[in-house]
Design a protein around this ligand. Structure first.
Ligand SMILES: NC(=O)c1ccc[n+]([C@@H]2O[C@H](COP(=O)([O-])OP(=O)(O)OC[C@H]3O[C@@H](n4cnc5c(N)ncnc54)[C@H](O)[C@@H]3O)[C@@H](O)[C@H]2O)c1
Ligand SMILES: [Zn+2]
Length: 361
């Protein structure tokens, strides 16, 4: 089944006219149904006002539902709690959800919308760089179980993604940098222009120049949307989005998700994958070095202090590993990657050793 198409609108100051976009995307549904804005305290504090004013002006009936902040609360009980509040407030099949926040709020809201009365519409208003370039696009929703991340989830496409780059002004520096690595990833896997831009214009990127943000986010969304569209249900092409994630996920899991931010772990994962690609002669040493240098240019990164053996073991238990075969996304050249299922364990061990070594520098 072809996914329903929807628009991604990107620009600075869009929140204050968000309601108009919502009306355009939802049509009648927006005037008849109640709107449930799901958000978390740090976002609410800075950005709720603009959105709510816009909804009021458009005469959309709304309620704000606050969830607790952070990955720890991305779970079924949060979804259940939000759903219970919706029932109390009279939400029906004509109601819709607006997610105002980072990837956590987005994933929880998407999951909520996908199962509330068997599915209602939702809109993503992502407020972190990571959510703007990645989490809000593609229609994956999900929550964590105590035994692992994103183990429960659904596919449910939002009706609209509206990325207001102005919201990034209040994003903590470390969160911002962490998201940038996903953009760098988009460059390596499919769009050399993104990579080259981030390589040359580091300072403008780091100062969050609005023009730069708009361009970068638009290009990254294009990469993700193209890949996802070509492969809606996680078959082969979608795998390329996992560049840096095989080792990245293992690093996150090995440190109990409390040490690296997701993008930081992916950054080390991209460094490791580049080393592996060079060692296996799937790319030139110069290309590998170029990717590694670009990653490190956006440092600082938390040091890697884990045992290589543990990382290799974790890779085999990752949910993306099927029948004991781990798939690595390895760079071929900038903008082009290949999937490899024959990476020897030794190459993984060596790469993680190297990460530890680089961390000491
Ligand atoms: N569905 C997908 O396809 C997909 C893809 C990638 C990641 N994800 C998920 O996204 C989640 C990570 O998302 P994230 O990195 O956005 O983290 P997050 O949602 O936890 O946000 C990070 C922190 O920044 C705060 N924040 C958000 N916007 C802010 C703003 N504008 N100003 C100030 N503070 C702000 C948040 O409240 C939070 O404290 C993970 O759970 C991951 O699994 C999902
Ligand atoms: Zn990621």
């Amino acid at each position: 089944m072809k996914p329903q198409s929807y628009e991604a609108v990107i620009g600075s100051g869009l929140l204050s006219s968000a309601a108009q976009e919502v009306v355009a995307a939802l049509g009648h549904a927006s005037s008849r149904g109640q709107c449930f804005v799901v958000t978390a305290p740090p976002v609410r504090k800075h950005w709720e006002k603009e959105l709510l004013e816009s909804l009021k002006k458009a005469e959309i009936k709304f309620h704000v539902l606050e969830m607790r902040d952070g990955e720890r609360h991305k779970n079924l009980s949060t979804v259940e709690d939000l759903a219970a509040q919706m029932v109390k407030l009279g939400a029906d099949r004509g109601s819709f959800v607006i997610a105002l926040g980072g990837g956590v709020v987005g994933d929880v809201s998407g999951m909520l919308a996908s199962i509330y009365m068997r599915g209602i519409h939702y809109v993503q208003l992502p407020t972190t760089f990571l959510a703007q370039v990645d989490a809000s696009v593609g229609g994956k929703t999900g929550v964590n179980l105590a035994s692992g991340k994103n183990l429960l989830g659904t596919f449910h496409q939002p009706r609209l993604v509206l990325a207001d780059t102005a919201t990034l002004e209040t994003l903590p520096e470390r969160e911002y940098r962490s998201g940038l690595y996903e953009a760098l990833k988009c460059g390596v896997i499919r769009n050399a222009a993104i990579f080259e831009f981030m390589e040359k214009e580091r300072d403008r990127v780091l100062t969050r120049d609005p023009e730069v943000l708009e361009w970068l986010i638009t290009e990254c969304i294009r990469v993700k949307a193209e890949v996802v569209e070509a492969d809606e249900r996680e078959n082969d092409l979608r795998r390329i989005l996992n560049f840096g994630h095989t080792i990245g996920h293992a690093l996150e899991a090995e440190t109990s998700y409390r040490y690296f931010l997701h993008g930081e772990a992916v950054a080390w994962g991209m460094v490791a994958a580049s080393m592996i690609a060079a060692a296996m002669q799937k790319t030139s040493p110069a290309t590998a070095q170029r990717i590694i240098a670009s990653v490190l240019a956006y440092a600082p990164l938390p040091k890697v202090e884990v045992r290589s053996k543990n990382i290799a073991r974790r890779i085999l238990s990752d949910k993306k590993t099927t029948n004991g075969v781990a798939h690595f996304v390895l760079p071929s050249e900038i903008g082009k990657v290949q999937i490899s299922s024959d990476v020897p364990q030794k190459a993984v061990l060596q790469a993680v050793d190297e990460l530890r070594y680089l961390s000491r520098a």
